[in-house]
Ligand binder design. Structure first.
Ligand code: CDP
Ligand code: CDP
Length: 219
């Protein structure tokens, strides 16, 4: 095991395409650090809303963003982002954050402030003895780790994705977020292995991803 390579797995895709569920299982199976970058954008959105800085107020964003200090806390195999030492609470899944997050995430200054932090998760994974990292989001294979060992793009029919969110009892604005996220979604799909999960179970999706990762690890 000591000789196996450190592996970076990038999983991109729209809301409820199965990124988080599959990443968590892969992290367990291959001893990878799981990094949900959507939770980072959600946490940052929640913090900016709390501070009363709208996504349209660029001067205020430029003043506040450099002040924020980002750290990581491990919870099991998952990386949790701390802002000013504080972890995210349940409010990052609230209707307000669902509604605003894609707007904040579309602001280049907001994305810029998280790039180095996201790339630094590979160091966190190495320092804690993980065999690699599985990071999920909208631009992981296109922007954060374009040289990732495995690049996947998950998608599913919008109606199926809405059904999945509803089954979780979560109110969401999937279609609205997809539209705002569309440029990044298209870019992250380029050159990635695309998997349509509309008619696949979560287990089938994971098996497909795991086969590629195992091949890369030589396992
Ligand atoms: O879980 P779900 O796919 O519904 O969303 P999420 O991964 O929690 O991401 C919330 C929002 O953050 C997305 O709709 C994007 O606007 C933004 N995001 C992004 O722009 N880039 C990422 N790498 C991850 C999330
Ligand atoms: O992270 P993302 O928003 O892409 O999706 P998720 O939170 O992993 O998946 C949303 C829900 O769909 C979860 O309850 C999964 O168990 C479910 N799911 C499914 O039913 N079939 C799949 N092929 C993938 C996910």
């Amino acid at each position: 095991m000591g000789s196996s390579p450190f592996i970076i797995v990038a999983i991109d895709g729209g809301a409820a395409s199965g990124k988080s569920s599959s990443s968590r299982i892969l992290a367990e199976r291959f001893n990878l650090l799981h990094v949900d970058t959507g939770s980072f954008y959600r946490h940052l959105t929640s913090e900016l809303l709390r501070r009363g800085v709208p996504h349209t107020d660029l001067p205020a964003l430029r003043a506040v963003l450099p002040e924020l200090k980002f750290d990581t806390r491990l919870e099991g195999r998952s990386a949790r982002m701390l802002i000013g030492g504080q972890p995210a609470g349940d409010e990052i899944r609230s209707a307000a954050v669902n509604e605003h997050v894609a707007h904040y995430a579309a602001v280049p200054e907001v994305r810029e402030v998280l790039i180095g932090y996201q790339r630094g998760q590979a160091d966190v994974a190495r320092q804690h003895g993980f065999r690699g990292l599985v990071m999920e989001g909208r631009d992981i294979g296109s922007k954060i780790f374009p040289a990732a060992d495995c690049r996947f793009f998950l998608f599913a029919d919008p109606a199926e994705r809405a059904k999945r969110r509803a089954a979780e009892g979560r109110q969401d604005v999937i279609g609205q977020r997809d539209t705002i996220d569309s440029v990044r979604l298209n870019q992250s799909a380029q050159g990635a292995i695309a998997i349509d999960s509309t008619f696949l179970t979560l287990e089938q999706v994971v098996d497909r991803l795991a086969a590629d990762i195992a091949a890369k690890l030589g396992a």
